[in-house]
Design a protein around this ligand. Structure first.
Ligand code: GLN
Ligand code: ZN
Length: 752
């Protein structure tokens, strides 16, 4: 019996890779030094696995930026515009990841997308008509060589051909099918080259198999693998899936001539039933993903053992993680400030390695003491509970979720209340977080300035930005969010039930990481959160100032969730806490309140049939609960990021907000057609320019966009705003862009 993992984090326990890479980008570190740092991190990862008793050491999971981009580069799927830059291989790779600019060139980065249902982002490979798929030399082979000098049993992973093709973009006239023969040849060549190395397993990652598959998808998969597996090889091949179950292709998978199949038994809830119904071939090895690769909680051994015993397999079993450990932080060890009651229940990457080894010991080496210790731990789970919170949730009835009067009535009441001209102008909330703003917050956190000094600085900033917005001519103003570092952390810190780590970073993309808070207890509002800033801002102007909150679904999605209660219950608790803040703002004279749901779209289940019953059926009501008790004249806004909303527009309308702003400018405003087609009722501000770039849109450009919007949507439904918060931008470009936005709006108004 053996243990293995799908992959390991690579940013470094102290974010060494981030630091080295960013230094390299700035020209302050040589490429040799960067490669050396990477090698040290790989060595440490391998050693950590070996020391923890993991039988197969994983290689191929390291990346300087992203694994899918690595695979594309290994296969020479590199668009022309990067090749002509004439850079060395690594710099050409970074050019694709981040864009490239010098005196003679300016090339944008490849588009980035969310990796399945995680907060990790991959770069979208691009095939052009003249893309020559072939095998380049790369770290894959080099790492195998190095790892073999240090360890005996090695597994290497590579994104499989099906997932690679399904996630790629085809920019010319040739389409996916046209590249299939070349892809088969290239993978065969990799298989052939790998025979030169000491290797136990080649793991081909095919997470795209957990999506809904069409007959054509299945045919593509079969063609690819029949072709590739014809290549002779002395090592074994594992076809690895994760993030869900393989219900659409299980029977084909077990008949595939591979040596192992990797299945996720955590998120892939149907996988057990598939095995029980169709069996599992005796001659194949099952890589059973039983240690959660995405959450941060200890594994309950008893449950895992029961799960494994229910599987119709005997000896041919490797116990593994459900997904790459890339999605969890490195180690709990350094978190000295966490409450011991919480800390003992946490398991990050290092601890998960130990769990796999301990499970192996319990199952096959009779290590009863380890099982007993784990059982004892689970007898003592003390999530901080709060009876008032749970009772409040229990007492909710369906009427608590419905706001009255209906939106159509409210719209008239609000138009009379605010008397804003047609095409109201506003922003999404944050204004640029200039270095002085960050320094003020850092100084306060490090106790270098007192609360009064800190607050006064922010009040001055609020005053300045309110005055600026009034002068430029905005209709609905914001206070600027100078007090926030992060839209979730800021609220989490003001809610009971949340815990924060010092160093639990998880890679988001490239050198960027996030440090999600942990939901550990029942959630309630400790004190008023935004009331002081919003009322101060409102006291400075006669124009309405929008209150600015983060919604419950986004707070939940960007945290590590509790698992002892349902997602629905947890998100309802958060919704009630935010409802308290909404009502407090309303009581203090804030008449427009925005509740951001930036992350609502991203946790949509991978399979369409699960969208409502597993997610939207509780996510949408949670949002409705937050604002249902406000008065008809109080206007509720929301905001959403990421452009692919098209399929869930009716659900967004059901959130029953009065106004919504969308990040839409990068998707060519295709969303407005969908809004029209769905008779979208909510008033809407489809962002009129892309804030993710420092580029300043001209008045004419914005004017054209406004016309484009008005060609599809009735003027009394449309708001004019940028497409997201401005906090990452500089002030000069922001001010110039916003002035153009106002000028374009006024130009249009004069014609109405
Ligand atoms: N109100 C937030 C801001 O402006 C929204 C951020 C977001 O959409 N990610 O920063
Ligand atoms: Zn946004």
């Amino acid at each position: 019996m053996t243990t293995s993992i799908i992959g390991f984090p690579r940013i470094g326990a102290q974010r060494e890779l981030k630091r080295a890479t960013e230094k390299y980008w700035k020209g302050n570190l040589s490429q040799a030094e960067l490669v050396e740092t990477a090698q040290e991190l790989k060595n440490q990862n391998w050693q950590q696995q070996a020391d923890s008793g993991i039988d197969y050491v994983s290689t191929g999971d390291f990346s300087f930026f992203d694994n899918l981009l690595d695979t594309a580069n290994l296969l020479n799927i590199i668009p022309h515009r990067y090749k002509t830059l004439d850079l060395d291989f690594l710099d050409q790779y970074f050019a694709q990841a981040r864009g490239y600019q010098d005196e003679n060139h300016s090339v944008k980065a490849l588009p980035m997308k969310k990796w399945f249902n995680t907060n990790y982002h991959y770069l979208v490979p691009e095939f052009e008509d003249d893309t020559q798929v072939k095998v380049n030399q790369g770290f894959l082979f080099q790492d195998l060589q190095t790892a073999a000098q240090q360890h005996q049993h090695i597994k290497t992973s590579l994104v499989g051909p099906f997932t690679l093709l399904k996630l790629s973009h085809f920019s010319g006239s040739k389409q996916l099918a046209d590249f299939v023969p070349d892809i088969i040849n290239a993978y065969r060549q990799i298989l052939q080259q790998l025979t030169a190395y000491q290797l136990d397993w080649l793991e081909l990652d095919e997470p795209s198999l957990v999506y809904d598959l069409t007959a054509a998808d299945k045919e593509l998969f079969e063609t690819l693998y029949q072709g590739i597996l014809a290549e002779p090889h002395h090592y074994r091949i594992n076809l690895q899936t994760y993030f869900g179950d393989v219900r659409d292709i299980y029977q084909e998978l077990i008949n595939l001539p591979v040596d192992g199949i990797g299945l996720d038994f955590i998120e892939g809830k149907n996988n057990i039933a598939l095995l029980q119904q169709y069996g599992f071939p005796k001659e194949k090895v099952l890589f059973a993903g039983v240690v959660n690769g995405k959450n941060i909680w200890r594994n309950q051994y008893q449950k895992t053992i029961e799960l494994l015993k229910a599987l119709p397999v005997n000896d041919n079993l490797v116990i593994s993680t459900s997904a790459s450990l890339l999605h969890v932080p490195y180690t709990v060890a350094g978190e000295a400030e966490l409450e011991p009651a919480l800390k003992q229940h946490l398991s990050f990457a290092y601890e998960k390695l130990t769990e796999l080894h301990e499970l192996d010991q319990i199952l096959w080496h009779d290590a009863k003491d380890l099982l007993v210790a784990n059982q004892t731990l689970f007898k003592n789970v003390n999530h901080p509970t709060d009876l008032t919170v749970t009772q409040r949730v229990q007492a909710l009835t369906s009427s608590d979720y419905e706001r009255l009067p209906l939106r159509s009535k409210r719209e008239a009441i609000q138009k009379a209340e605010f008397k804003i001209p047609e095409l109201p102008t506003t922003t999404i909330g944050s204004f640029p977080q200039t270095p002085d703003v960050r320094k003020n917050r850092a100084d306060y956190r490090h106790h270098e300035i007192d609360q009064a000094t800190y607050d006064q600085f922010n009040r001055d900033k609020i005053k300045r930005i309110i005055t600026w917005q009034e002068k430029v001519g905005f209709d609905v103003l914001v206070h600027g969010e100078y007090e926030r570092n992060d839209m979730v952390e800021y609220f989490g810190e003001n809610l009971s039930g949340f815990a924060f780590t010092k160093n639990a970073w998880v890679q988001s993309y490239g050198s960027r990481g996030v440090k999600p808070p942990i939901i550990w207890g029942d959630v309630s509002r400790k004190q008023a959160i935004t009331v002081a800033a919003s009322t101060y801002a409102q006291s400075l102007t006669d124009k309405p100032v929008k209150g600015m909150l983060t919604g419950p679904v986004t707070i939940f999605n960007w945290s590590f969730p509790r698992e002892d209660i349902s997602a629905q219950e947890s998100v309802t608790q958060i919704a009630l806490a935010i409802q308290d803040e909404v009502l407090d703002l309303e009581k203090h004279g804030i008449k427009i309140i925005q509740i951001d749901e930036a992350a609502l779209r991203e946790k949509l289940p991978l399979r369409q049939s699960d969208w409502y019953k597993e997610y939207l059926d509780w996510a949408i009501p949670a949002f409705k609960l937050v604002h249902s008790p406000v008065q008809a004249s109080t206007q509720i806004h929301t905001h959403m990021c990421y452009s692919e909303f098209n399929d869930i527009i009716p659900a967004i309308d059901q959130m029953d907000a009065d106004v919504i702003s969308f990040e839409a400018s990068r998707s060519d405003l295709s969303i407005i057609d969908e809004l029209k087609a769905n008779h979208f009722e909510t008033e809407v501000g489809p962002g009129v320019y892309d804030i993710h770039s420092p580029r300043i849109p001209s008045q004419a450009e914005i004017y054209t966009i406004i016309n484009k919007i008005l060609a599809k949507l009735p003027v009394d439904k449309v708001w004019i705003n940028p497409d997201c918060g401005l906090k990452t931008r500089g002030e000069s470009e922001t001010f110039a862009s916003l002035k153009n936005l106002i000028a374009a709006t006024h130009q249009k108004r004069r014609e109405l």
